[in-house]
Design a protein. Sequence first.
Length: 258
Amino acid sequence: MDFTALHHQNKPLLIANVWDAGSAIAAHQAGYQALGTSSAAIAATLGYEDGEAMSFDELLFIVTRIKAVSNLPLSVDIEAGFGGTAGEIAANITRLARQGIVGVNLEDSHVVNGIRQLDEAVEFARRLKAIREALVLDGSQIFLNIRTDTFLLGHKQALQETLLRGQLYKEAAADGLFVPCLTCEHEIATIATTIDLPLNVMCMPDLPAFDRLAKSGVNRISMGNFVHSALQSRLNALMVAIQSQQSFAGVFADESSR
C-alpha cells in the first residue's frame, strides 16, 4: 500500500514520529506502517531550538541515517521549508525525494525572533501552489501534508480560520491537512467533513482515543515530539539518580523486576 493509500484506510494511520536511526528501528520493529520525523525532536537531539535553527544539510543527514535502517515510508517535517522562496523550498523537497522520502510536513507559520507567527493565508497558499508546480516539473511525487497552526497559536477564531485555510490549501494542491493542538471531537468532525483532505491530528494530553478519532473523520495521527520528550525526561531522572545514589543500580532496575 502506497503512502497516499495509507491515509484512506478503515482506521487512521498512526505514524511513528522518530528522530534518529535508533528510534526508527524501534518503530519499525513495533510494526508501524510509516514513519515521520519530528523537527523538534531532531533539533533537541542536535542541541538546537525548534524553528529551523539547524541547517537543512543537518536535517538531510539525519534523514539519510533513518532511511538506512528502515524501508518504511518516511515523511519529513521540514517546518517552514528551510527557504525564503517557493523555488528554494521545492529544491529542498526534491533533495529529500531523491533520498526516497514519500512526504513532507510544511507549516504555515514562521518563528521570528523566537516568536511563532501565522503566515498570511492567501500568500502561503500562493507559495504552496508554486511549490507544487515546481515539484511536478521535476517529476517529484511527494505527499504535501500542510500544517496550519491556528489552534497551536490560539487564534481567536481557530475553527473558522482553519476552515478558510484548509480550503485555500486544498485549492493549492495540498494532499493533507495537519492541525496540531486540535482535540475537540465536534471541531475535528467539522473540519473533516468540510475540507476534502485527509485530516491529521497530533498527540495531546486530552486527545480523544483513537477509535473516537476515527469516528470523527481523522485519517492520520501523529506523535509530535512527545515520545522523545518522555524518553528525555526518563534519561534526565536516571542521570540524576546515578549521581545522587553513587550507584548504577537504577540502570538495571527494570531488568531485575522481570
